[in-house]
Design a protein around this ligand. Structure first.
Ligand code: MG
Length: 188
């Protein structure tokens, strides 16, 4: 059996990271309201989310020239250590590195930086970043492991909805919601 894990809100407490973004921007007098409004606008541009690009764009807009993007980014990221889901990692350790993948969506540099700083690289045989849809990567893993059951764990149903299940007959999806642990435990 092979296991594919999403990163944000599954392996990592992304809500805490978002709180740290609010906190650090609050310290330089950018309100949560301004930040949230701009976040929606930035996301609607459709490019994979990069925290550095978001900060750079927001700071320029808010005339915060004295505060460099790099400093704020470092501050946010240094407050965001130890946000890995340790309960889930205990299970993953037992499943074995050769059976576990991370498939995450977003800006490659930002996703890999969060993963690197979480110190979880060693638990996974492959870490793959998709800019938007995970479809191609998931279907490829299913094809490469035809004889095995593949379990794909994600907190967002949209990443299941665009899969061509005829191309992945060996795939089972698990929505990682408040019952995510129970659902995962039941297939082990
Ligand atoms: Mg997620």
């Amino acid at each position: 059996m092979k296991f594919i894990f999403d990163f944000d809100d599954v392996l990592f407490d992304t809500k805490k990271l978002k709180e740290n973004i609010f906190r650090c921007l609050g310290e330089i007098s950018i309100s949560k309201n301004t930040e949230e409004k701009y976040y929606e606008e930035f996301k609607s541009m459709g490019t994979p989310f990069s925290l550095k690009e978001f900060l750079s764009s927001l700071l320029t807009r808010e005339n915060k020239k004295k505060d460099t993007t790099e400093d704020i980014y470092e501050k946010i990221m240094s407050l965001s250590l130890n946000l890995a889901n340790t309960e889930l990692l205990k299970i993953i350790k037992k499943l074995g590195k050769k059976n576990c993948y991370i498939v995450t969506s977003g800006d490659e540099e930002f996703q890999l930086d969060k993963i690197r700083r979480s110190n979880i690289d060693d638990y996974f045989c492959e870490i793959l970043v998709a800019p938007h849809s995970k479809k191609g990567i998931i279907e490829k893993i299913c094809k490469e492991n035809k004889g095995e059951q593949i379990i794909f764990v994600d907190d967002k149903i949209k990443f299941f909805e665009d899969l061509d299940m005829t191309k992945c007959p060996n795939l089972k999806t698990i929505l990682f919601d408040e019952n995510g642990f129970e659902k995962l435990s039941s297939v082990l």
